[in-house]
Design a binder for this molecule. Structure first.
Ligand code: AHR
Length: 666
């Protein structure tokens, strides 16, 4: 039996041998060979897109810039978000009425009665976890108002949590008829958690209010009642090829009566009927009782945003099935026609002439030109025979009238299970256009998944990797982190999506947004609070791939493919951009050590003397971005000298690197 001392010596010897091997360069040298003269599949302009869902306060309280919560008093608890503060013996009271409303779709409104000996009557709205107000910026207050008793006047005030007044405006002269009044308030200071106070002046008066609203004047493209400019900008900066909306499970609803119905989301925002947000009470560990959908951000606004940012719109429509994780409520096949009609009408709304029934509604909203929609999703994350029976009826009707529309169909919630296999067999049979796959898994799945599509059949339906995100722990775990380790594994996976552009034509990370005080699901691509927004490391991975897409795939080979028992630490994809003639080489190094590689551009003609380099790297896999350090993991740009079709490049530890090399073809 060897003694302990001998065992220790042997271990030390082995360690020294391994260490000296690697420091002497005994690890095989790595060569990355790009066939610059052998362009392969075209990369679809829709390859990298975004998935928007109203989850985590994505729309109300997020992208939709309205600052007043429950502005139309239609929450089931009609005064939620509102409080009444008054002083005096008999002060004032808030009442909710629905008699003679200004709008039948949202009939409830607020009545404030001020008693004769009340000294100060005030109703206050708390906003969506406060209101983000910026010093020097203007805010538009508006409301439908009518006088009930006497001649009430309103003093509108923005206030900090400590009571400091930030802005003030006055409104008066109300009549017995509903009428919209508005005023501009300029903020004297920046405050992330402001509230709106409405003082009702006049003793013994009574006043009715509805659609009480406060918007920043500075919205995306300065549209009144519009979207948060910083949040849209974050999407625009991704240069997404498409935007999927409105989800996600929100399309399905937990029950069919709270499914997303696009027709109730267009026209006058005051007429859009509010419903509960399905994420309100989905997770017991993350309840959000004040989460509703006002649809101020509705289908017209989604199409308009897509047009603004140059993304193809991809609306998803309910296919007669509520969420299969919840009620699994089904519309009988013989009652499906209204759902199919909704899909046909949606196409007319987006693309029909301004003289058509639904095209006219689009024109009345200020967009006579069609939105030129080319893609439509039938159902979200559905599975089982019930889905395919319904999909088939939708596909038949839509293709008969609009053969040019490409349909996106569902492969269910998992990328591998029996439901998934059944879905693919059915969808091949049905000659589906594009199949939507979903995957939320650990980073290892994504590293391994870099070769997933190498093995896919090259004919039949195309793939949309429609929802994916690496989970540091596991799906719906509230302790999942948006760390660099997850983002790096997504980058490795994405090299496999692009290399297989003949099969994969679309992809999107999910979910897109999360409000730091009101989220239900993590990880997410972009985090916001009431004033600021930051991109996670995953955001920068998406941005780098999208901005360095290229038009055709170039074959790329990593030698050696396997190092002993070790998987290669490099993952690569190469493409050529027609406009610039550049070869774009994206490489992920998953190792904790730098890797020096010989890059060979086979078949390249003249190579320029400089190449643009973008590197995204974290010092640790646990690195995260935050409001305090929004760019801890962010792209760094530089350039290197390149004069020959063969050169050496050292890939940093745990990094994603893009080299853009102007290389003519021989
Ligand atoms: O992205 C969050 C949810 O995950 C989506 O709503 C749903 O489609 C999936 O289950």
């Amino acid at each position: 039996m060897p003694t302990l001392a001998i065992k220790v010596l042997a271990a030390l010897f082995l360690f020294a041998l391994t260490a000296s091997n690697s420091s002497n360069g005994a690890e095989p040298a790595v060569t990355l060979t790009v066939q610059a003269d052998k362009p392969g599949a075209k990369i679809s302009p829709t390859m990298w897109g975004v998935f928007f869902e109203d989850i985590n306060f994505g729309a109300d309280g997020g992208l939709y810039a309205e600052l007043v919560k429950n502005r139309s008093f239609e929450f089931p608890n009609a005064t939620m978000g509102w409080s009444n503060v008054s002083t005096g013996n008999r002060a004032s009271i808030m009442e909710i009425h629905d008699k003679d409303p200004f709008n039948a779709a949202n009939p409830h409104y607020l009545r404030v009665k001020v008693y004769p000996d009340c000294k100060d009557s005030m109703v206050s709205n708390e906003g969506f976890r406060g209101m983000g107000i910026r010093e020097g910026e203007d805010y538009t207050f508006s409301a439908q108002i009518r006088a009930v008793e006497g001649s009430p006047a309103l003093r509108i005030e923005l206030a900090a949590p400590d009571g400091r007044k930030l802005a003030e405006a006055k409104l008066s002269g109300f009549t017995k008829e509903w009428k919209k009044y508005s005023a501009t308030l300029q903020a004297a200071a920046t405050e992330p958690k402001a509230k709106l106070n409405i003082h009702v002046e006049g003793q013994g008066v009574a006043v009715d209010m509805d659609m009480v609203s406060l918007f920043p004047v500075k919205t995306w493209k300065n549209r009144p009642g519009g979207l948060r400019a910083d949040m849209v900008q974050m999407i625009a900066d991704l240069k997404p090829g498409f935007m999927r909306f409105p989800g996600g499970c929100i399309v399905e609803g937990r029950w069919l009566d709270i499914r997303y119905q696009w027709k109730t989301t267009i026209g006058d925002p005051a007429e859009r009927k509010l419903i509960i947000n399905r994420w309100n009470n989905e997770f017991k560990h993350r309840p959000t009782p004040d989460y509703f959908q006002s649809f101020g951000l509705g289908f017209f606004e989604f199409f308009q945003m897509c047009e603004d940012i140059g993304a193809e719109p991809l609306p998803i429509i309910n296919c007669g099935m509520a969420c299969q994780f919840n009620s699994n409520e089904l519309v009988p096949l013989d009652q499906l026609q209204p759902y199919i009609q909704d899909a046909l009408d949606l196409i007319e709304f987006a693309n029909g002439p301004a003289t058509s029934v639904w095209g006219k509604k689009r024109a009345e909203m200020g967009h006579p030109q069609p939105f030129n929609m080319k893609l439509l999703g039938v159902g979200n994350e559905q599975w089982g025979p019930q889905y395919f029976e319904r999909y088939e009826l939708f596909a038949k009707a839509i293709k008969a009238k609009y053969p040019e529309i490409k349909l996106v169909s569902s492969a269910g919630p998992s990328p591998n299970d029996e439901r998934f296999k059944f879905a693919w067999s059915k969808l091949r049979e049905l000659k589906a256009d594009i199949v939507d796959e979903h995957c939320y898994d650990m980073p290892k799945w994504f590293f391994d998944g870099a070769t997933r599509y190498d093995k896919y059949p090259r004919n039949g339906p195309k793939v949309f990797m429609g929802e994916y995100a690496a989970q540091s722990l596991n799906i719906v775990n509230p302790n999942n982190r948006n760390d660099w380790g997850c983002a790096l594994s997504e980058a490795a996976f994405m090299t496999g999506l692009e290399r297989n552009a003949d099969v994969v034509v679309m992809s999107s990370y999910a979910p897109l947004f999360a409000h730091i005080d009101a989220w239900q699901w993590t990880p997410d691509l972009i985090w916001c609070n009431n004033l600021n927004v930051y991109g996670t490391p995953s955001y920068y991975v998406q941005q780098i791939f999208s901005r360095n897409r290229g038009d055709v795939v170039l074959p790329v080979k990593i030698d050696p493919e396997q190092q002993g028992n070790k998987k290669p630490s490099l993952y690569a994809t190469a493409s050529r951009e027609e406009k610039t003639g550049e070869v774009i080489l994206k490489v992920v190094n998953s190792a904790a050590e730098a890797v020096e590689a010989t890059v060979q551009l086979n078949g390249a003609g003249k190579v320029s003397d400089k190449a643009d380099v973008t590197v995204l790297a974290g010092a640790k896999l646990a690195d995260e971005n935050s409001f305090a350090e929004p760019k801890k993991v962010a792209p760094v740009k530089s350039s290197i000298d390149v004069v020959a079709p063969e050169f050496k490049y050292t890939y940093k530890p745990w990094s994603l690197t893009v080299l853009r090399i102007a290389a003519g073809q021989k």
